[in-house]
Design a protein around this ligand. Structure first.
Ligand code: HEC
Ligand code: HEC
Length: 356
């Protein structure tokens, strides 16, 4: 028996050694990333760098890595936390210098369908360009791109990840931007109670359904059939029309942030901001570009009675004079109940988005 055991052992050892060749080269791996966009329309994805498993995975690692900041302590996820639909529940995020920014961090949801420019004022034309801004912003990560490249280049893990993703271990700002873009493109939310009800898998409660009707109905100046006029701007299925608009938060004398005008230089764009998505809105408080409202109830009160006139307020905000929308307590509760049906637990807990 003994010689047989030895022979078997030698064969087994040979198989093990043969299977783990340490010299297998690390090469470009372009296995496509299977984008799941649920019942949403098909997104327009980049054609120069199609979504691949290796690029998305690199982007995910970078998104959660503090090395992108000067102090090593702040990652994208510090201000864009998954539990808050990749937004920040602080009014203003605090950068690595300990100073607050000047706008509320935006939720990162369904960006694959957004093509009119990123940020509240749309100043960044593409996501891959956008992704590099927070790194160098002194009120955010306060780092130089040269330093980030240097730091990442010392890591053999990153060098092999860049090789698998792009075909060589050269780490450049452009590649960092593309990888972050790929990760942000897969942040897709389309499984809320609202979506499941549309597809027939769930039923909205009475209050949610009344809220849905208010949301989806035009304002009626005769008040015969109350409508809250939300749907033109916050249009389904994305609950945004992706345009820059003034929803009447302030009058001209109160404008502190010029918004879109800072990008176009046009006075007609003064205090216009990108219409934000309302998907997962119950999780992304506080609200508006300056985080002025703490709760959805406050937001609904504002639309009900607080809309102000100004030179650029949108024509759809025609109910800006008293008595406003004339929503009673029940209507307001219904509207808030409907907004909460846009919460997508699968998105908020999706393990594919977590720190790897
Ligand atoms: C210190 C907090 C902070 C950090 C860190 C941060 N962001 Fe942001 N992010 C913000 C704020 C605030 C805004 C809105 C700024 C504005 O509109 O001027 C924003 C906006 C965005 C937007 C625009 C979304 C849209 O719909 O237009 C994207 C995309 C984004 N951030 C991605 C990132 C990425 C990628 C990183 C990491 C490289 C990052 N952010 C790091 C605070 C932060
Ligand atoms: C004329 C277009 C328009 C209409 C109509 C409109 N909104 Fe808005 N909404 C906006 C814009 C623009 C913003 C961002 C404003 C800002 O921050 O300066 C916004 C912001 C919000 C926010 C805060 C989102 C965030 O991420 O901070 C909520 C919630 C909201 N709207 C709900 C509603 C509801 C509910 C209605 C109907 C009662 C409604 N909106 C009607 C354009 C509109």
């Amino acid at each position: 028996m003994k010689p047989l055991c030895i022979i078997l052992f030698v064969i087994a050892a040979a198989i093990v050694v043969g299977c783990t060749d340490p010299d297998v080269p690390i090469t470009l791996d372009e296995t496509p990333y299977p984008v799941r966009f649920e019942d949403l329309p098909e997104p327009i994805l980049p054609t120069d760098y199609p979504l691949t498993q290796t690029r998305v995975s690199l982007g995910r690692t970078l998104f959660h890595d503090g090395q992108l900041s000067r102090t090593g302590t702040q990652s994208c996820a510090t201000c864009h936390s998954q539990a808050a639909a990749f937004s920040d529940n602080r009014k203003y995020s605090i950068g690595v210098r300990g100073l607050p920014g000047t706008r509320q961090a935006m939720a990162l949801v369904n960006l694959a369908w957004s093509d009119r420019g990123f940020f509240w004022d749309g100043r960044s034309p593409t996501l891959r360009d956008q992704a590099l801004h927070p790194i160098v912003d002194t009120l955010e990560m306060d780092e130089t791109l040269d330093n980030v490249v240097r730091k990442l280049s010392t890591s053999s893990m990153y060098r092999s990840m860049f090789t698998r993703a792009f075909g060589s271990d050269s780490i450049t700002p452009e590649r960092i931007g593309i990888a972050l873009e790929q990760f942000m493109l897969i942040l897709i939310s389309g499984q809320s109670k609202y979506d499941r009800a549309l597809a027939g898998y769930a039923v909205l409660s009475e209050t949610e359904e009344r809220g849905r009707q208010l949301f989806m109905r035009e304002f009626d100046p005769t008040y015969k059939k109350k409508g809250a006029e939300c749907f033109h701007c916050h249009a389904a299925p994305f609950f945004t029309n992706d345009r820059f608009m003034n929803n009447g938060l302030d009058d001209d004398a109160m404008f502190l942030d010029l918004g879109r005008e800072r990008v176009t230089g046009l006075a007609s764009d003064r205090a216009k901001f990108r219409v934000p998505t309302l998907r997962n809105i119950a999780r992304t408080a506080p609200y508006m570009h300056d985080g002025r409202f703490k709760t959805l109830e406050e937001v609904v009160d504002f639309y009900n009675i607080g809309v102000r006139r100004s030179s650029t307020v949108d024509a759809l905000m025609q109910f800006n004079l008293a008595p406003g929308l004339k929503l009673d307590a029940q209507d307001k509760a219904d509207l808030v109940a409907f907004l909460k049906t846009l919460t997508d637990e699968q998105f908020l807990t999706n393990p594919l988005y977590r720190m790897p």
